[in-house]
Design a protein around this ligand. Structure first.
Ligand SMILES: Cc1ncc(COP(=O)(O)O)c(C=O)c1O
Length: 408
């Protein structure tokens, strides 16, 4: 498959001056799994005493609870362990490098645009109510020209959202429960859980052929973090518009995890087996389940894509990438095999033969640093811990000092 590199040049790190015109994708054997869930327990469990309605619980949600694979459970469990640790050591300086939440302030060029839009809402001229569910056209156009220039993606292919996670679920509603969903392992939890909630559970299925006419959902939430020459957008690959959807986010580029803004590209060329455009169904779901991203967030997103905003986003990304380098160097110097950290601000550290939860527990107990057990992202993550590079520099340095004390 050939990949054109003409696009999204701004996403390339500054030190890469030129990228190959065409790159051949190497066929990699990746771990792919279909969602599986433990069979539900036969017996009726009563969770709470008191008045019970006659409405039965969505069986798919109870599968989530029963399943040991399902990572959202892991994230809650990490939070519980952290809370218990804080009770045990109330004076400890606990450093959180677990969940990937941004820590650095949003650049002023972006917040000032949001403030202006906010104050405008107090004026007759500046007030706006519901906007288009698909997003404001100037923002859709700016996203298309910034991230997909020369890739044939147009503004009406872009659906602005309140973040990638929300769109992942909306996509599941589009596809319904009668599809087979293949998910990489380890995986971002939302993909696994939303598949289970939709009822896309069944027998493990190993072979997922590319030739079988599947639709690929490509997550480019970390495209700006990429350091190598892989495509930043799936639409750099010739022919991708007929087989792929891309979901993306401002969360990790501009500190928008709380502001909430993302987008999904559903090209008009992407068709279901009966020839119906996927974008028309996605549009229907967006209009039914969503009333558009906040107008204030959209003003911020638009500011992100101005020349000053782009520069500011690159600075934010560079800061976290420096953090990533510090973590990678620390664990490498301690003799660990380290993965990731090159194209995303997460570092996976290998502890062969050990349980991820045991390692997580030991690190928390002895260093007061919260990481995430790799197994929480799927069975393929067992034996690893994931360390997030989102943190203030002082905290990253302090955490690394403690890792050195523990493992030296
Ligand atoms: C791979 C991946 N996709 C999507 C998201 C969700 O991003 P958002 O904040 O836009 O919902 C995240 C958040 O951590 C992520 O890691």
């Amino acid at each position: 498959m050939s990949i054109s590199s003409s696009s999204s040049a701004f996403l390339a790190p500054p030190h890469i001056s030129s990228r190959q015109e065409y790159v051949r994708l190497q066929a990699k054997s990746i771990g792919v799994c279909r969602c599986i869930a433990r069979p539900e327990e036969e017996k009726t469990v009563v969770y709470c005493k008191g008045y019970q309605t006659k409405v039965s619980r969505n069986a798919n949600l109870s599968k989530l609870q029963a399943g040991y694979l399902f990572p959202e459970v892991c994230i809650c469990h990490v939070a519980r362990k952290k809370a218990a640790h804080l009770l045990k050591y109330p004076d400890a300086h606990v450093i959180s490098l677990g969940i990937g939440d941004t820590t650095e302030p949003i650049p002023e060029v972006i917040t000032s645009a949001m403030a202006k839009r906010t104050y405008g809402l107090s004026t007759l001229e500046g007030y706006s109510g519901y906007g288009p569910g698909q997003g404001e056209m100037p923002l859709r156009a700016a996203i298309a020209s910034t991230f997909y220039r020369d890739l044939g993606i147009e503004e009406d292919d872009i659906f602005v959202s309140d973040g990638a996670k929300c769109d992942i679920s909306r996509l599941q509603v589009v596809f319904g429960s009668n599809v087979t969903m293949a998910i990489q392992d380890p995986s971002y939890p939302a993909y696994v859980d939303s598949s289970v909630i939709m009822g896309q559970t069944g027998k493990f299925q190993k072979d997922v052929e590319r030739k079988n006419g599947s639709i690929i959902v490509f997550d480019s939430a970390y495209a700006m973090y990429m350091s190598d020459d892989n495509p930043r957008s799936i639409f750099e690959i010739v022919g991708a518009k007929e087989v792929a959807i891309e979901t993306a986010s401002f969360s990790k580029y501009a500190g928008f995890t709380g502001v909430r803004l993302g987008w999904t590209v559903v090209p008009k060329e992407l068709l279901f087996s009966d020839g119906f455009p996927v974008a028309r169904d996605f549009n229907r779901i967006v209009c039914t389940c969503f009333n558009g991203a906040s107008n204030i967030s959209q003003a911020g997103g638009f500011a992100c894509l101005s020349p000053e905003g782009l520069q500011a986003m690159h600075q934010v990304v560079s800061f976290y990438k420096e953090n990533t380098d510090i973590i990678v160097k620390t664990f490498t110097s301690l003799g660990f095999n380290v993965y990731g950290g090159k194209n995303a601000p997460y570092v996976w550290v290998h502890f062969p033969g050990q349980s991820s939860w045991d390692v997580f527990g030991e690190i928390l107990e002895k260093t007061h640093v919260v990481t995430t057990p790799g197994s929480g992202f799927g069975p393929g993550g067992e034996g690893f811990i994931r360390v997030s590079a989102f943190g203030h520099r002082g905290n990253i340095l302090e955490a690394c000092k403690r890792f050195k004390q523990l493992y030296n």
